[in-house]
Design a protein around this ligand. Structure first.
Ligand code: NAI
Length: 281
């Protein structure tokens, strides 16, 4: 694989384009408007500047990385891509439409990946005639420093597709785990979200205060960060919507939100990004 296309130049898409260009790939970055692609490009340049300041790369490397990224708003520019990574809004109807269009535009060998956090890979794949070449490629935020990518199989994803994706991830200096069967939350969020939710129940049920719960898990369980600090960093709105997906899919009461948490969400307590969550910022 030589040419990689990234759809969506937002928080995840721009960073995925960056790490692919750092890995030596020629990258096409696409969003709906040129202004959005430029914003993404600016975010990449800023991040590379930080890497220069930390002496991780030099100015020439930055220039080379930036030169490898081509911008477009035109989906038909993706007709030469060997791999497409979709990182647009988390909306099934939008993703299905994009994959159906990509299926018509891209050559038969092109692998189509989605960075979805919660949606069904198989349902997205069903909008194409190449279900064996579709997979989930789930990057973690912050993409540049987080080393993990979950490679997720849909119903018909082939071994060859997983192998190609694994090679791609490795050349970017990242590690991967293969998720053998799609299921909401894959591996990391399947474990992490109920853990955070239990910490919220521990607080909501009045067992201890916020700082005490975080301190207990750091000292007692050797966690680097307490669960409620972590919740604020991830975003309480994000946690709430993932819980909602789990609840609908598994119909298991362990995924219900505590009323204290629901009230916080309604009041706009989204964590660090809104200035107020379990902590005040
Ligand atoms: P974002 O809102 O920052 O960026 C989405 C971008 O997609 C926007 O720039 C939007 O203009 C663009 N877009 C919308 N429709 C488009 C289309 N038809 N063609 C091209 N671009 C289009 O969202 P973010 O956070 O980057 O999330 C993107 C995907 O990554 C979602 O599926 C999300 O679930 C997933 N994800 C997000 C993580 C996070 O921490 N934010 C972590 C892992 C996965």
């Amino acid at each position: 694989m030589e040419k990689v296309a990234v759809l969506g130049a937002g928080l995840m898409g721009a960073r995925i384009a960056q790490v692919a260009a750092q890995g030596g790939y020629s990258v096409i970055l696409r969003d709906l408007q040129m202004g959005l692609v430029r914003d993404g490009l600016q975010a990449i340049a800023k991040n590379l500047d930080k890497m220069i300041n930390r002496e991780q790369i030099d100015a020439k490397a930055k220039e080379e990385i930036m030169e490898r990224i081509q911008c477009t708003t035109d989906l038909s520019d993706l007709r030469e891509a060997d791999l497409v990574i979709e990182a647009v809004v988390e909306n099934m109807a939008v993703k299905k439409q994009i994959f159906a269009e990509l299926d018509n535009i891209c050559p038969a060998h092109t692998v189509l990946a989605t960075n979805t956090s919660t949606l069904s890979i198989s349902e997205i794949a069903a909008s194409t005639r190449r279900q064996e070449k579709i997979l989930g490629m789930h990057f973690f935020n912050p993409v540049v420093s987080n080393r993990l990518v979950e490679l997720v199989r849909g119903m018909e994803t082939s071994d060859e597709t997983i192998a190609k994706a694994a090679d791609f991830v490795a050349t970017m200096g990242k590690d991967y785990v293969e998720v053998k069967r799609e299921s909401p939350g894959f591996i990391v969020n399947r474990i992490l979200i109920p853990y955070i939710n239990e910490a919220i129940f521990t607080y909501g049920d009045g067992l201890a205060g916020i700082e005490e719960i975080d301190l207990a898990m750091k000292l007692g369980a050797g966690m680097k960060e307490g669960p409620l600090e972590l919740a604020d960093r991830v975003g309480l709105d994000t946690i709430s919507s993932i819980l909602e997906v789990f609840w609908h899919e598994f119909r298991d009461t362990k995924y219900r939100p505590h009323t204290v948490f629901s009230t916080m969400i309604r009041a706009g307590y989204y964590g660090k990004k809104s200035g107020r969550g379990f902590y005040q910022y």
